[in-house]
Design a protein around this ligand. Structure first.
Ligand SMILES: CC(=O)N[C@H](C=O)[C@@H](O)[C@H](O)[C@H](O)CO
Ligand SMILES: CC(=O)C(=O)O
Length: 307
């Protein structure tokens, strides 16, 4: 298995999951989705089956077929495909981890179980160890998203000593807002050459100042190009330009949140902006309001002067 174990850095799009109008997974869209990301957004790394991908609403079999298609279609076009494997059942998670390895994924990420929750860092490390052991050849990233899992253990505590338990551990996708904890994660990660990837797109610039190595998010699907400009401005020390782009991003996300911005609306916004037919969300309780998405898409176009 020839695998490029390159450190994960830069912008990573957390992909949406294309569905047919009657709610089945639609693998046929993934090829053009990859072309859109690579050609129109210059984004060459993806995080599949995450929050944005509604993974927790899909079966293990559907998740395997999605991950396999992203890896297959991404060959020669995408630089890295990271597969999220978190499920309530550790057996399902391990099955998905093994599968990710068998299809040539470049890494796996996992959320904490969120029904029965780990009550301390030791317990969470033990869980991560069991997951890592199922795919020891793949980089493993812990996906911290307390707003969804309700597991708000300090990640810096979870990292402490984890390298001795999990040789394949390679970093964190941090979707929390505690900048002190985030900073301590970056600090600890430096000596292990791990990646800390930030996941709250509207405040990425603050995380860059603390030294994160990249970002995973939903908005990089349609604002990848613009946010890349922010990363370049930051690298060049052009803080005025970096802030200008971040403020625009904050403004459109605040606008969207005030209208009601969930994964279903976000998916429809992506369909509007990209022209890809991503279809409805999986859960029937989630709304599919085209007019709301059109309003948000128009706001994004106006703010960022997109055509
Ligand atoms: C809860 C959620 O979906 N978070 C995403 C990633 O972690 C983000 O990319 C957000 O969609 C984005 O920051 C907009 O709020
Ligand atoms: C944003 C992100 O990383 C996710 O959708 O999982």
């Amino acid at each position: 298995m020839s695998r490029d174990m390159k450190k994960l850095t830069g912008l990573v799009a957390a992909t949406f999951t294309p569905l047919t109008t009657d709610g089945a997974i639609n693998l046929s869209v993934i090829g053009s989705y990859i072309d859109y990301l690579t050609e129109k957004q210059s984004v060459k790394k993806v995080f599949v089956n995450g929050t944005t991908g509604e993974a927790c609403s899909f079966t293990v079999d559907e998740r395997k077929r999605l991950a396999a298609e992203w890896c297959l279609q991404g060959k020669g076009k995408l630089e890295q495909v990271i597969v999220h494997v978190g499920c309530m059942s550790i057996k399902d998670t391990q099955e998905l981890a093994q599968h990710a390895s068998s299809i040539g994924a470049d890494g796996i990420a996992v959320i904490s179980p969120s029904y029965f929750k780990p009550t301390n860092a030791d317990a969470l490390r033990m869980f991560l160890k069991e997951v890592g052991a199922s795919a020891p050849d793949l980089p493993l990233y812990y996906y911290h998203i307390p707003s969804m899992t309700g597991v708000a253990l300090e990640v810096a505590d979870v990292l402490n000593g984890i390298e001795k338990m999990i040789p394949s551990f390679k970093g964190v996708k941090y979707s929390g807002t505690d900048l002190r904890d985030l900073g301590q994660c970056v600090c600890y990660s430096q000596s292990h050459n791990w990646s800390v990837l930030y996941g709250v797109d509207e405040q990425l610039l603050g995380a860059l100042v603390l030294g994160v190595h990249g970002a995973v998010g939903s908005t990089y699907n349609y604002l990848g190009c613009k946010m890349k400009q922010m990363l370049s401005a930051f690298d060049e020390g052009n803080m005025t330009q970096a802030r200008d782009i971040q403020f625009k991003c904050m403004d459109v996300i605040t606008f969207a949140k005030n209208l009601g911005f969930d994964v279903a609306v976000n998916k429809q916004v992506m369909s509007e902006l990209s022209g890809l037919a991503l279809g409805p969300p999986r859960l029937p309780m989630l709304p599919c309001p085209i007019s709301k998405a059109q309003t948000i898409a128009q706001k994004i176009k106006d703010s960022f002067c997109l055509t």
